[in-house]
Design a protein around this ligand. Sequence first.
Ligand code: AP5
Ligand code: MG
Length: 214
Amino acid sequence: MKIVMLGAPGAGKGTQADKIAEKYHIPHISTGDIFRANIKNGTELGKKAKAYMDAGGLVPDELTVDLVLDRVKQDDCKDGYILDGFPRTIPQAEAFTAALEKENENVDYAIDVEVPDENIVKRMGGRRSCPNCGATYHIEYIPPKQEGICDNCGETLVLRNDDKPETVQNRLKVYHESTQPLIDFYKELGALRTVDGTQSMQDVFDNIIAILEG
Ligand code: AP5
Ligand code: MG
């Protein structure tokens, strides 16, 4: 099963992708997490990506597409995977679709998690992320068991660099310009499914499972 998560920054793609990955034992591949790990480790890729990410812009397609095409060729992806944050532009989606078609494969579901812009800014300000394992919390809606500490690995949680309100506004603008057109792209491929992302985390998850098992 190959799944693409669509939706604005802060819509809950990462939160849901984690739960889907756990249920179906397929890898959760988040390009944002991959870039953040590269920044943390000081790699060349991380150095190139950092300025774009901190400004709320997009990392150039040429740095992103090959990274994902290499990742999905790995062994743990043979029964499927869930992509979170990729594709994010029409050229990325075209390159990815073409690469899949070469192998006679396709995306089974592109799940668009719909959340209006007004809700997004509030979610981002309250988000806390684990710099070690990538787990995501919300101080009000989805708090960790112990304040400021990751449930999974015990690391101290942080506010992401790009979650400042002015950067969030730019990320939303970039989303509407560059990423929202993917909704029509996957509709034309017959893979698009939409869920109401303003519901509780569990209700969103139940909706997604109903789609995947429907
Ligand atoms: P990325 O890490 O992908 O960020 P994003 O798309 O902006 O999405 P977020 O991770 O911010 O949100 P999310 O939808 O995962 O929401 P979450 O589950 O955390 O990318 C970061 C940057 O990397 C980009 O800006 C770009 O620069 C670069 N990049 C990455 N991929 C790229 C690509 N393909 N091409 C070019 N550049 C790329 O939830 C948000 C908050 O809400 C959390 O606090 C969560 O706990 C809470 N929450 C979740 N669900 C609910 C709910 N139902 N009710 C209440 N609260 C909820
Ligand atoms: Mg995310």
